[in-house]
Write a protein that binds this ligand. Structure first.
Ligand code: IMP
Ligand code: MG
Length: 167
């Protein structure tokens, strides 16, 4: 495995993202929706740098990009526990790849009538995008390489690594 982002690099960038979010939402309460499992470590660090009032929600979704009958659909494995109607929502995700997962999630969340929804992703593989979607907050843009660590997995493994590697 080859080191892509050191823990120092990650920490610096995560702190910057937290500061930007805190500034943009000054005097505003937000609901942070952490997308499990991949975003757990990123979210834990990011939230420590957010100094506006936050409530936390967790969602776990499975996407079926290659499914014959369910292409582009997502299955909700863990759903929101509280109403987000009228709330300012930030979705915290590990990586934006084809964009299909977040695109589907966006339309699901829109049905709950939130005041606003912004997307924050640690990594962005822009060149892989298949649907039109942009994150509002991006940690690092990366090339089309498979990354693990800092929450990101390969077949469920490597999530616990504190740095990000390419395999
Ligand atoms: P999308 O719907 O194609 O944008 O899929 C995004 C999801 O694919 C992420 O939440 C990850 O679970 C997974 N994924 C995409 N690229 C990588 C990678 O390089 N490493 C680990 N997981 C990835
Ligand atoms: Mg994953």
């Amino acid at each position: 495995m080859e080191l892509l982002f050191s823990k120092e690099r990650i920490a610096t960038r995560v702190a910057q993202l937290g500061a930007a979010i805190s500034q943009d939402y000054a005097n505003t309460e937000i609901v942070a929706i952490v997308i499990l499992k991949g975003a757990f470590m990123f979210a834990a660090d990011l939230l420590r740098h957010i100094n506006v009032p936050v409530t936390l929600e967790f969602m776990q979704i499975a996407s079926y990009h290659n499914g014959t009958c369910s292409s582009g659909e997502v299955e909700i494995i863990l759903d929101l526990h509280n109403d987000i109607a009228g709330k300012h929502v930030i979705v915290i995700e590990d990586i934006l790849d084809s964009g299909r997962t977040l695109k589907a999630l966006q339309s699901l969340l829109a049905k709950c009538n939130p005041a606003s929804v912004k997307l924050c992703t640690l990594l962005d593989k822009r060149e892989r995008r298949e649907v039109k979607i942009e994150a509002d907050y991006v940690g690092m843009e990366i090339e089309d390489r498979f990354t693990v660590g800092y929450g990101l997995d390969h077949n469920g493994r490597y999530r616990q690594l504190e740095q990000i590697y390419v395999i």
